[in-house]
Design a protein around this ligand. Structure first.
Ligand SMILES: Nc1nc2c(c(=O)[nH]1)N(C=O)[C@@H](CNc1ccc(C(=O)N[C@@H](CCC(=O)O)C(=O)O)cc1)CN2
Ligand SMILES: Nc1ncnc2c1ncn2[C@@H]1O[C@H](COP(=O)(O)OP(=O)(O)OP(=O)(O)O)[C@@H](O)[C@H]1O
Length: 215
């Protein structure tokens, strides 16, 4: 009889912790100075350029940073030079918290979405020639709010990436997932949720972590 109540309490506490932790980590990254932001992004991108999964990618998705997120777009000139196709996440209209991955070039028409994040405009994105299914990307650079030493991730809480990558639970082609964040966004341990899609690595301005292999 008490079990249900206890479970419910534990569940709710876990949610409260997760909300509080997310808020705290978002505050932390927003409080970095412009100079710290710039240095961290330079150092992140130097690390990313050395990763085999980034070096061999011909199709890669990045994101345009907001609110103190570490900036992966310093990679753009290097990627262009290597003729890598760059994609950005776009909020998919008429579907719950799913992303499209839309081609990003100088000529791509951009708009702000409902979260204030600049993204390729929906009309452009609606054209299938301008986007790719996530499984056809080689590597995704995934924005993180938090991570731990096992490369477990916490995102913005919308479940956008987890939903859009749920196909990776089945067999078939799957892209490499590289989470990125400021080093100060590392926490001791994050809860792993049943719907979480594991990352292949997390890269920060100070280091890279990979999950320890199990099984
Ligand atoms: N730069 C960037 N682009 C991205 C993501 C991201 O994390 N970073 N996403 C990764 O999923 C997707 C967007 N996901 C989001 C999920 C929740 C919130 C959110 O709750 N934002 C505000 C609420 C603001 C509002 O409602 O206007 C918040 O921080 O409180 C924002 C984006 C796609 N694009
Ligand atoms: N594959 C899925 N199908 C349905 N709902 C899902 C799926 N993945 C995640 N969700 C839902 O999305 C919500 C947000 O999940 P969570 O707090 O783990 O977000 P997150 O991992 O921080 O976000 P994001 O994936 O956007 O970075 C949860 O309520 C969860 O139930």
């Amino acid at each position: 009889m008490h079990d249900t109540a206890n479970y419910k309490l534990a569940f709710e506490n876990h949610l409260i912790d997760k909300h509080a932790l997310r808020r705290e980590l978002k505050r932390k990254r927003r409080s970095l100075s412009p100079d710290q932001q710039r240095q961290a992004s330079i150092s992140l991108c130097q690390r990313l350029k050395r990763l085999p999964e980034v070096r061999r990618a011909k199709r890669i998705s990045l994101y345009l940073p907001v609110n103190g997120e570490i900036d992966p777009t310093l990679l753009l000139p290097w990627l262009r030079q290597r003729s890598v196709e760059v994609y950005l996440p776009v909020l998919r209209p008429f579907s719950t918290n799913q992303l499209w991955f839309v081609k990003y070039r100088d000529t791509t028409p951009m708009v702000k979405n409902r979260f204030g994040i600049t993204e390729p405009c929906t009309r452009f994105a609606a054209n299938r020639r301008h986007r790719l299914p996530a499984w056809a990307l080689d590597t995704l650079i995934v924005p993180l709010v938090g991570f731990d030493a096992e490369a477990n991730r916490m995102g913005m809480g919308g479940g956008f990436y987890d939903r859009s990558l749920a196909f990776m639970r089945r067999n078939g082609p799957s892209p490499t997932l590289i989470g990125v964040a400021h080093a100060c966004q590392q926490v001791k341990a994050l809860p792993v949720e049943p719907w979480d899609i594991p990352l292949d690595a997390v890269v920060s301005d100070l280091m890279s972590v990979r999950p320890t292999k199990t099984g």
